[in-house]
Design a binder for this molecule. Structure first.
Ligand SMILES: [Zn+2]
Length: 185
């Protein structure tokens, strides 16, 4: 996923063709089945990652649910990938990149961007709270593939407004590491 592209310091990042942001209340492309996005409450564990401790100071963030929504705790889910473990599939890289947006790990986002498409810098908007990821469709991107696509919707809250980032992302495996190439045009 590409994330916000129009904040200060992001001038170098070209506008993403194929990336569509919907304001809250707009009607995005139809979604069917169990992945339909409704006004679910935010997933737990989404705002916490500025420090290793939850704001309540009773639990380490690593022990909280991973933002990607798979159900594991952050440390044993996307936290492992953020710490350097390779993503086994394109979808797992997609999830870990979403989680990197949620925890504010711009370095991971840059490292996992394909060199041909990687922006020189990336600044994340701390006012945008990523609240939920829905993977709609995955094509290829498996253990024995060299390319893959993942269609997703990423929900966020910003200044009290709900928003959705929708994209079908292309991934390429370079050496043994999946990288994000960009949205499908
Ligand atoms: Zn995760």
């Amino acid at each position: 996923m590409r994330g916000p592209v129009n904040g200060p310091g992001n001038d170098e990042i070209p506008e993403a063709p194929g990336l569509t942001e919907y304001a809250s209340g707009a009607s995005p492309a139809p979604v069917t089945g169990a992945t339909q996005v409704t006004s679910d409450p935010p997933a737990p564990g989404h705002l916490l990652f500025r420090s290793p401790m939850c704001p309540c100071e009773n639990v380490r963030v690593d022990a909280l649910a991973c933002p990607c929504g798979l159900g594991d705790d952050y440390a044993s889910c996307c936290g492992r990938l953020h710490a350097g473990a390779p993503a086994p599939t394109a979808e797992s890289l997609m999830r870990s990149r979403y989680s990197a947006f949620a925890v504010g790990d711009a370095g991971y986002l840059l490292r996992t961007w394909h060199p041909s498409a990687r922006p020189r810098t990336l600044s994340l908007d701390p006012a945008r709270r990523w609240t939920r990821l829905a993977i709609l469709e995955t094509r290829d991107g498996g253990l024995f593939d060299a390319t893959g696509t993942v269609q997703f919707r990423a929900m966020y809250l910003q200044q009290g407004q709900r928003g959705v980032l929708a994209e079908t992302s292309r991934f390429v495996r370079q050496d043994r590491h999946w990288t994000y190439l960009g949205p499908i045009d």
